[in-house]
Design a protein around this ligand. Structure first.
Ligand SMILES: *Cc1c(COP(=O)(O)O)cnc(C)c1O
Length: 396
């Protein structure tokens, strides 16, 4: 056990360690415990444990509720998020949908940051519409969305930094706005993984993240988590979680737990490499604008410095002109950056976004294609050489 007084790096390594058995020994890592059925020693134990679960305790009476492996991961993510209650989901998207379905009813309204993860807009919004739930998008750069507030508004949902361009929301200001109007503030914390930023300590009631990304860290699992310090919300999440049957495999929980132990050192290296790449891109003639909050001239830099303890490996840049075919040739010329969606693994990735894809983001109104890089753990000079080569081949 470690006290909250310890640094996060210390607490994270000591959260959810394997328990000692009767011999007084224990493995370092909690084992992969797989089960569907839970056996009970007696009818009295069956009754007691089911009563505890009914009263909101996170005990397992069936495999769908998870096992010791899942409890250990929940404890570790709880340390990251500064949360008393954490539930796992089979993907980040499942955790987000879990939040919306738990917090909103037909006839209610949500305010959503306009630079959210694409599938929230493309997949979740139509589902909410079918359920009679209305949404309005707002630009985080314009401050609190007072103009869009309605009598039926219940939820404000942000993703800070936002997808692709890393627009930073003023979370404490949104928290005060939510408090003032009796709203729930939920934040997608995937960018920071909880290591760089704790939404719950900055005014949010709910934090969700895709542990698929940096917590997994090795591009080999899908997972999400939802965290809160509000016991009433925790119960709502648990009930909806049960209704949706959101079971997470024990092997994936184990992999995420293994990833979490090295999260801090990986993120530090991602951030260092990303900053070097971002500074290189700023010097490049074919590049009009570089998006990365650790750059002093990024519009979100001051808020990022105030509310975050570091950056990650994501850097995006806009080309000088709108030649989409040439941007495609650039992407194809890269050798160390694979082409792929997602990010958070050890490897470098590149993804091309046509202007149409970014149009919903009021943060950037240009008509040039944008490339998102996930800068991996390779040698930064090698990655920069790869980018320089691709620019020379396609942009001269
Ligand atoms: C990837 C991502 C998600 C979705 O996570 P999955 O595990 O792929 O479902 C949600 N939010 C953000 C910001 C993401 O980058």
């Amino acid at each position: 056990m470690t006290a909250r007084a310890h640094a996060l790096s210390t607490r994270l390594l000591h959260a959810g360690l394997g328990a000692f058995d009767d011999s007084g020994a224990a493995p370092v890592n909690v084992p992969v415990v797989r089960t569907s059925t839970v056996r009970f020693a007696s009818g009295a134990d069956y009754e007691r444990l089911h009563r505890l679960r009914h009263d909101g305790e996170n005990v397992a009476t069936y495999g769908r509720h998870g096992t010791a492996t899942h409890r250990a991961l929940e404890a570790a993510i709880g340390e990251l998020e500064g949360a008393d209650h954490t539930l796992l989901a089979p993907s980040g998207m499942a955790a987000i949908t879990l939040a919306f379905l738990s917090l909103l009813s037909p006839g209610e309204h949500a305010l959503i940051q306009d630079s959210v993860y694409g599938p929230v807009r493309e997949r979740l919004e139509p589902l909410l519409a079918r359920l009679g739930i209305d949404v309005t998008y707002f630009a985080a750069k314009d401050g609190v969305p007072a103009h869009a507030l309605r009598p039926d508004t219940r939820l404000v949902y942000v993703e800070s930094p936002g997808s692709f361009l890393y627009e930073i929301a003023d979370l404490p200001a949104l928290g005060a706005f939510a408090e003032q109007h009796g709203l729930i503030l939920a934040a997608d914390n995937t960018w920071s993984a909880g290591w760089l930023h704790q939404p719950l300590a900055h005014g949010a009631h709910v934090s969700v993240q895709a542990s698929t990304k940096y917590i997994g860290g090795h591009s080999d699992l899908m997972q999400g988590a939802i965290s809160t310090n509000d016991p009433g919300l925790a119960l709502r999440f648990r009930d909806t979680h049960e209704a949706l049957g959101l079971a997470v495999g024990a092997d994936d929980a184990y992999l995420a737990l293994r990833g979490i132990r090295t999260l801090g050192v990986r993120l530090a290296r991602h951030a260092q490499n990303a900053l070097e790449v971002a500074q290189f891109l700023q010097q490049e003639r074919a590049v009009a604008r570089v998006f990365h909050p650790a750059l002093p001239d990024d519009p979100g830099h001051a808020l990022w410095r105030r509310d975050f303890s570091g950056a990650n490996g994501l850097v995006s840049f806009a080309f000088e002109d709108g030649d989409i075919a040439r941007a495609g040739r650039f992407i194809d010329s890269l050798q160390l950056f694979s082409l792929g969606a997602s990010w958070g693994g050890y490897e470098s990735l590149a993804l091309l976004a046509p202007p149409s894809r970014l149009r919903p983001h009021s943060y950037f109104s240009g008509d040039a294609p944008v490339v998102r890089l996930h800068v991996g753990l390779e040698d930064a000079a090698d990655l920069i050489d790869d980018l320089r080569r691709a620019f020379r081949l396609t942009c001269t």
